[in-house]
Write a protein that binds this ligand. Structure first.
Ligand SMILES: Nc1ncnc2c1ncn2[C@@H]1O[C@H](COP(=O)(O)OP(=O)(O)OP(=O)(O)O)[C@@H](O)[C@H]1O
Ligand SMILES: [Mg+2]
Length: 472
């Protein structure tokens, strides 16, 4: 009968310990960082592959030797003595400055050894990564501002300045319209605040949490407007993106779409828009199936839509679809009583942003503003106020700080010199002046200046370069 061999507990234990040891060594060897461990006497007991590779030595030549014979400028043997960790220290080895840590190893309250870690900085790799992060960050910032402009309604009815009878009436209609779901048409001259009203209606409506998507129908070339509004399917036309693209109507789902300058739409697009409004569904360019949409439509124009319909330039049926509720924003010259409030609120805003003491207008300057006929309406008024804040040398803005046309209105000076040059030159000059003034006002801070000017930082840099403007 064969005698059964009893398992040898000691041997098993040894095998297990060896396996553990191999495992730990494998862990250390997997590290990117160089790791070395010394015992109480400062002799190397462990050193990983990364460290050996860096030193260009074989592990078997290093184990058991005193650390000072193995590594230049080491202090590990001292850390064993002091028991104090040395974190993020620079050590010069093989002519390179390397970041490292030295850590005491403790057991039962006693320091029994020390571990050194070398952090191999892959400078190029890190530089590359930092570069990528920066790029992504600035892209993110860009998209966030775009998103904010695209989807964020910035105004509520409180942001609509003015308490004249006419503005109060317009606000009342806007509020009523906001509560319902009907299509709203906003009429009024350029710069009266039609867009402000559109935002405000969205903000107080039940769709406030949904997107607010603006489309400027006059700014988008006719051939593009259809795919902009309704999107397209893959392969709809040459150059159509692979995955197709949703249009602004789809992007505005559960929110509001603001069709600005709707009076400038071509007859062809008018027909398509009418269809979308009637059916409450859109058809992507190249699509075969209509897509239902839940979107409130607010449109605006500074053109006389009614007359356009009688002239045949605007479809009658579309006009009635758009004009379920209409809001007429009166021009500023018809409500001069709103001017002091608009000026006051804007002064507060501008002075706060520019971090200058609050300015006020002299009586004569305020009178000049109220006498002027404001062809550019509120937009022009706000610009005049901003310009004056930048020009005024005292806390009181005087008639002299107003543009020539207003000084004339105030009956002070007579002749305004006729501008010599092209419109493009005039625009450039105005842009240059604005940038120089704002930069001076924010002490050269380009982030603040870009914000104040309502442009992205990169645009500001481009313009500064173009106009040869230096930092301050
Ligand atoms: N009642 C108002 N309260 C506050 N700001 C206003 C008001 N009306 C106009 N603004 C400001 O004036 C500028 C022009 O307004 P907005 O863009 O709404 O005009 P608009 O009627 O859409 O002009 P356009 O027909 O030229 O597009 C904006 O900066 C806007 O914030
Ligand atoms: Mg507008």
């Amino acid at each position: 009968m064969k005698r059964q061999r009893r398992p040898d507990p000691i041997k098993a234990e040894l095998q297990a310990a060896a396996a553990r040891n191999d495992f730990l060594e494998a862990v250390l060897d997997s590290s990117y960082e160089g790791i070395v461990v010394v015992d109480h006497d400062g002799r190397v007991v462990l050193i990983n592959q990364a460290y050996c590779d860096f030193l260009g030595r074989d592990r078997h030549d290093l184990i058991g030797r005193h650390v000072t014979d193995v590594i230049e400028n080491t202090r590990l043997h001292q850390v064993v003595q002091t028991g104090i960790a040395e974190i993020s220290v620079v050590q010069r080895i093989k002519g390179q400055n390397i970041l490292g840590h030295r850590l005491p190893i403790r057991l039962d309250g006693k320091t029994i050894g020390a571990m050194g870690q070398l952090v191999f900085q892959r400078t190029e790799e890190i530089k590359g990564l930092v570069g990528q992060v920066n790029l992504l960050e600035s892209r993110l910032e860009y998209y966030e501002t775009q998103l904010h402009d695209l989807f964020g309604a910035r105004f509520t009815l409180d942001n609509v300045f003015g308490r004249s009878e006419a503005i109060r009436e317009a606000k009342k209609v806007a509020l009523k319209a906001a509560r319902g779901n009907s299509t709203v048409l906003i009429l009024g001259e350029s710069g009266v605040g039609k867009e402000v009203f559109a935002h405000a209606i969205h903000r107080v409506s039940q769709r406030a949490r949904g997107p607010f998507v603006k489309v400027n129908c006059a700014a988008i070339p006719e051939q593009l407007l259809e795919s902009e509004l309704f999107g397209y399917e893959p392969g709809a036309f040459t150059g159509a993106g692979k995955g197709g693209k949703p249009g602004r109507f789809e992007l505005a789902e559960h929110g509001t779409i603001f069709l600005d300058e709707v009076g400038d739409m071509s007859p062809n697009m008018q027909a398509k828009l009418l269809r979308a409004l009637q059916e409450k569904e859109i058809e992507r360019v190249g699509g075969v199936r209509p897509v239902p949409v839940d979107v409130r439509v607010i449109s605006a124009t500074n053109r006389d839509l009614k007359t356009l319909t009688t002239e045949g330039a605007f479809r009658n049926d579309l006009y009635y679809r758009l004009n379920v509720v209409s809001i007429v924003v009166p021009p500023l010259r018809e409500r001069p009583e709103d001017i002091p409030e608009i000026v006051g609120k804007h002064l507060t805003r501008v002075c706060t942003e520019l971090q200058v003491p609050l300015r006020r207008l002299s009586t004569a300057a305020m009178e000049a503003l109220q006498k002027y006929n404001w062809p550019g309406n509120t937009r022009e008024l706000l610009n005049v106020v901003e310009r004056a804040v930048n020009l005024a040398e005292t806390e009181v803005i005087s008639v002299e700080d107003l543009p020539p046309a207003l000084r004339t209105a105030a009956g002070r000076t007579g002749t305004t010199p006729v501008f010599q040059g092209t419109l493009a030159e005039a625009t450039e000059r105005a842009e240059r002046d604005a940038i120089v003034q704002v930069l001076a006002a924010v002490a050269g801070n380009k982030v603040q200046a870009a914000r104040r000017l309502g442009v992205h930082r990169s645009t500001l840099y481009e313009k500064m370069e173009k106009f040869n403007i230096t930092g301050r």
